[in-house]
Ligand binder design. Structure first.
Ligand SMILES: Cc1cc2nc3c(=O)[nH]c(=O)nc-3n(C[C@H](O)[C@H](O)[C@H](O)COP(=O)(O)OP(=O)(O)OC[C@H]3O[C@@H](n4cnc5c(N)ncnc54)[C@H](O)[C@@H]3O)c2cc1C
Length: 423
């Protein structure tokens, strides 16, 4: 790849001529998921152009490519709206995955957002000598004063190291590639993990007459999705306005045990810390039950102990039992990938989350911003995106007001991309 020299004002013209180097007028946003789109829309609303780089070939790729067919939003739609444009009125309370994707597509269309696809950011670093971010993809180097990280908390699947996992007779799959229980019809399936994905995959498998065994190694809070017709999330939000967090947790647990019964009896032990406090401290999301619990109660989903070892035909468990399985599905969650590509900056922890917790983790130094790393889903994304839009707009206007400083002329991205392709 041709590389750019440091972007000093006098070198700037020369730099723009060099191949494989794109100077971006406005911020670079990495990731075209809901967070990247929201940031771009909020900037555009404030008159600031931006450029989104996306590694896959579509917007909202997590939703399009890495989620199962029967997925619906876990929270009611009014908690999952992006800023400036809400869901269509005729959408149900819990939109399906397809409906959510169509909402994302109309959102991008409405704000004329056109990401550059198939651009995987491999490295981004602030160049102190010239005050610009240098963002490298496999094809090109992009340069801007501002970098907005929108690669998500769920960028890569977590694949745990379980002894013997390579010995299993067929490939072990992660929920990111699971589409439906159809492929597992009548099979004995070991589902490793009991978060929202594990529970929902277990439920989906039951619909196809599979026999899911769900590994519950750690404690977990299971709450009903709704309490007396109101979403549990909504109940929690309302109570938090009036009551201290610990008391809210007590109320939620009381109501949950009234609605769901004692989950301990089903082998699903609750953590000592309450659900909201646990979420705030560790980021661990409570499971919102959409029917898996009743399948566990009826014995259709079997709860099993932690796995000691995978064998060719099945698994050995911590309690000494051994069982045979036809398939194994890892419902072991996702992680951020920021540390693999964002260099020379300690704004993020080694786990790829901002060191400063919500609501202050959206802004770093030297024009660095983050959107969607709040552990609060799309509600957190919206809060970040609005602040970023305003903050960058203030600087953007200031830049033009004071401007003897460098203002990068807008290059045509398609021109640049064509140049890159030609080379
Ligand atoms: C099964 C499931 C159900 C969920 N349900 C809900 C729900 O009901 N409500 C809710 O609020 N939240 C829900 N979430 C959380 C959900 O992930 C987020 O709310 C939302 O998708 C976050 O958007 P994002 O843009 O921050 O991240 P993502 O949607 O993950 O988008 C990040 C984008 O960045 C791209 N990217 C990553 N690395 C690079 C790179 N190096 N270079 C270029 N591009 C890159 C990815 O390809 C991706 O397109 C759910 C998550 C899962 C997994």
């Amino acid at each position: 790849m041709g590389s750019c020299s440091c972007v000093r004002r006098e070198d700037h013209h020369e730099l723009l001529q060099q191949k494989h180097c794109v100077s971006v007028h406005g911020p670079i946003i990495v990731g075209a998921g809901p967070s990247g789109l929201a940031a771009s829309a909020c900037l555009s609303e404030n008159g600031v152009p931006s450029l989104i780089l996306e590694r896959s070939d579509c917007i909202a790729s997590l939703w399009q490519n890495r989620t199962y067919d029967r997925l619906k939003l876990h929270l009611p739609k009014h908690f999952c709206e992006l800023p400036l444009l809400g869901f269509p009125k005729n959408f149900p309370k819990y939109p399906t995955k397809r409906q959510f994707i169509s909402y994302m597509e109309s959102y991008a269309q409405h704000f004329l957002i056109k990401p550059i696809f198939n651009q995987s950011v491999e490295k981004a670093e602030f160049d102190h000598s010239c005050g610009f971010w240098r963002v490298q993809t496999q094809d090109c180097e992009y340069i801007s004063r501002w970098l907005i990280v929108a690669t998500g908390e769920n960028a890569e699947p977590v694949i745990p190291e379980i002894p013997g996992i390579d010995k299993f007779k067929v490939p072990v799959v992660h929920t990111s590639t699971y589409k439906s229980g159809f492929e597992f019809k009548n099979q004995r399936v070991l589902v490793i993990g009991c978060g929202n994905s594990g529970m929902e995959v277990g439920l989906d498998l039951c619909r196809y007459n599979a026999i899911p065994h769900m590994v519950v190694r750690n404690t977990v809070h299971v709450l009903p999705r709704e309490m007396f017709g109101v979403s549990t999330f909504g109940v929690a939000m309302a109570l938090l306005k009036w009551l201290p967090l610990k008391l809210v947790d007590k109320v939620l647990l009381l109501l949950s045990s009234f609605i769901l019964g004692n989950t301990d009896e089903l082998g699903i032990r609750r953590p000592k810390t309450g659900p909201i406090e646990l979420k705030n401290v560790t980021g661990k999301t409570p499971v919102l039950d959409v029917g898996a619990l009743s399948q566990i109660r009826s014995g259709k989903i079997k709860v099993v102990e932690g796995v000691k070892e995978i064998t060719r035909n099945g698994a050995k468990f911590m309690d000494g039992q051994e069982k045979e399985f036809d398939s194994i599905i890892l419902a072991t969650g996702y992680r951020s990938n920021v540390p693999t590509w964002l260099k020379g900056c300690d704004f993020f922890t080694k786990d790829g989350m901002p060191r400063t917790p919500f609501p202050n983790g959206w802004k770093g130094e030297n024009g660095l911003y983050t959107v969607g790393f709040t552990r609060r889903g799309i509600l957190g994304t919206t809060s970040d995106a609005v602040k970023i839009g305003q903050d960058i707009a203030d600087r953007w206007r200031g830049q033009f007001r004071t401007s003897t400083t460098l203002v990068i002329p807008m290059l045509s991205y398609s021109e640049n991309m064509n140049k890159i392709r030609r080379n």
